[in-house]
Design a protein around this ligand. Structure first.
Ligand SMILES: Nc1nc2c(ncn2[C@@H]2O[C@H](COP(=O)(O)OP(=O)(O)OP(=O)(O)O)[C@@H](O)[C@H]2O)c(=O)[nH]1
Ligand SMILES: [Zn+2]
Length: 294
């Protein structure tokens, strides 16, 4: 009997395709999962066994870092967030919601601004100035997919997925990324295309040293499970500044000697960031779902 560790890259009609160092193994989950109501998810790190008859079984799911999106992907380490310049209109409120959600899920984010060809120079400059703030606080920002060089950015075994509002351009970007990846690995892409019209849900395809999920990813998020007092931790620049606040548990609202409020007064924090912080807190404290999730 052989044993291996790998990553679930696809679910096809009850089978789990697992990428191991030696190649892709099509496995069946052991019955034990059904009893435990545990279900392997694409992205899971798993242990497999290949018995002497050559049958492959998925025998163990290793602990997950997260499980997000619909269809779900496990162990997502990075999201490529697609935000459109127009159609739908560029929205910092939406951007801040996504960034808060992913910070909470311990997922890194790179931002891709789509549809720059549909706005005039003045509008584009205005948007780019706003995005420069996000770059300053640590998010990578791209406006040209051919300059992203995504394949060089995925660390070994990392799983990336796309996110963004409906119509933002996720599928368009994904198709381009897949075409580029296919050109690099013609043979693999052929085998991944198998079963496209069966019960396929989500698959991972190889991109650089890691994987990209081949679904448009999620377009709506729910922030209400976040703890109110933790919200500030997910605004990365607030979290950094909070070391300088007088109170350790400062919520940056009415507390004296608050480093965040000081920076805000000096215009070093984007005013819309702070407004969105308050708006998200309100949404969380009222347990209210945003319009687009209803
Ligand atoms: N001009 C222009 N059109 C774009 C660009 N990106 C996407 N589009 C168009 O915008 C529309 C929506 O793009 P999609 O890629 O389907 O958007 P999506 O985010 O996958 O949308 P959902 O599937 O609803 O979540 C399509 O008609 C695309 O052709 C772009 O950079 N420039
Ligand atoms: Zn503070």
């Amino acid at each position: 009997m052989e044993q291996a560790t790998g990553t679930v890259i696809g679910l096809i009609a009850g089978y789990y395709d697992v990428q191991t160092p030696k190649g892709v193994e099509r496995t069946r989950a052991r019955g034990v999962f059904r009893k435990k109501k545990e279900k392997p998810t694409v992205g899971d790190r798993v242990e497999i066994q290949i018995d002497d008859q050559g049958m492959s079984y998925l025998v163990k799911i290793l602990p997950r870092k997260n499980r997000i999106g619909r269809p779900a992907v496990a162990n997502v380490s990075h999201v490529l967030l697609v935000i459109s310049a127009v159609e739908p209109d560029f929205s910092v409120a939406l951007l801040d919601r996504f960034l808060t959600f992913f910070a909470w899920q311990k997922v890194k984010v790179s931002i891709y601004l789509s549809k720059t060809d549909l706005v005039d120079t003045a509008k584009l400059t205005e948007i780019k100035e706003i995005l420069a703030y996000y770059q300053k606080i640590g998010y990578a920002v791209f406006t040209d997919p051919s300059k992203m060089k995504l394949e060089t950015q995925l660390g070994a075994g990392e799983i990336w997925t796309l996110a963004g509002q409906s119509g933002a351009g996720k599928s368009t970007l994904l198709n381009k990324l897949k075409r580029d990846a296919n050109q690099a690995t013609g043979e693999i892409s052929q085998s991944l295309n198998r079963g496209r019209h069966t019960t396929r849900k989500v698959e991972l395809f190889k991109l650089g040293a890691g994987f990209l999920a081949d679904t448009p990813g999620f377009s709506a998020i729910d922030l209400t499970p976040i703890k109110l007092t933790e919200t500030a931790d997910y605004f990365v620049e607030f979290k950094q500044l909070s070391a300088g606040c007088k109170f350790r548990s400062c919520q940056h609202i009415n507390e004296p000697k608050c480093a965040v409020k000081e920076q805000l007064a000096e215009n070093k924090i984007l005013p819309s960031r702070y407004e969105d912080y308050l708006a998200i807190r309100e949404e969380i404290s009222e347990g209210r779902l945003p319009e687009y999730l209803k």
